[in-house]
Write a protein that binds this ligand. Structure first.
Ligand code: ATP
Ligand code: MG
Length: 205
């Protein structure tokens, strides 16, 4: 008897705050690649973002939990936020590979902007030996022609690199933070419970 290998999506991000662009991308990847689960992984200390500008990890974690509650296939992991020091993607991938075991197939989901930067990330040569990578369309970033550095990074692992078209959402957390600061509505850009959480905790003012 053969049992199906579990297929696990991993959606990494700062999620400051989580928005519908993240959710549409995760759900699109889940459906297209028949993932059993998508694990949202809020970063602890992101290496590329100044910590003074990033909201407390507990706020980012709570908002991600609120946003994903109604999808039975979505879960949120504390792996990165509970880890001391800077969050490197390679450390998360190695930990998740150990946690899920060799049977599981891991799919790391990123937006187009992140896939273009990936070659500069720590030990990125190892990524595709651990997980598949799904690069999702994001307005402003064309995935039809990958930059040479990204092509080189994919190298002989082409079968583990996937481009995904999701309904384009020109939303970013940066824009949401700016809107809150200026008192502009963020309704329908983030799930309602996230909007309430932001207001209640006076985030981004
Ligand atoms: P910020 O503006 O603070 O950088 P962000 O909106 O880019 O926030 P992140 O938490 O940095 O969100 O992104 C997490 C992941 O989600 C990244 O892989 C990013 O490319 C992807 N992503 C973010 N917004 C979108 C979107 N609108 N459509 C598709 N992917 C997205
Ligand atoms: Mg970003």
């Amino acid at each position: 008897m053969t049992s199906k290998r579990p297929r696990i999506g991993i959606m990494g991000g700062t999620f400051d705050p989580v928005h519908y662009g993240h959710l549409v991308t995760a759900e699109g990847a889940r459906c297209e690649y028949k993932l059993d689960q998508v694990l949202f992984l809020p970063s602890g200390k992101p290496p590329h973002k100044s910590m003074s500008k990033v909201s407390d990890a507990e706020h980012r974690y709570m908002m991600t939990v609120l946003a994903t509650l109604t999808n039975p296939h979505f879960e949120v992991s504390r792996l990165d936020i509970d880890r001391e020091g800077v969050s490197y993607t390679i450390d998360s991938l190695r930990s998740l590979q150990r946690f899920y075991g060799p049977e599981a197939e891991l799919f790391f989901i990123t937006g187009a902007d992140a896939i273009f930067e990936i070659t500069g990330w720590k030990d990125s040569d190892e990524y595709l030996t651990i997980a598949h990578f799904i690069a999702a369309a994001r307005p402003g970033f064309c995935l039809e022609e990958l930059p040479v550095a990204t092509q080189r990074w994919v190298g002989q692992h082409g079968d583990r690199f996937h481009v995904l078209n999701v309904p384009a959402m020109a939303i970013s957390s940066t824009e949401i933070r700016e809107r809150v600061k200026k008192g502009i509505s963020i309704r329908y850009l983030v799930p309602e419970p996230v909007e309430h959480y932001i207001m209640r905790h006076n985030l981004y003012l």
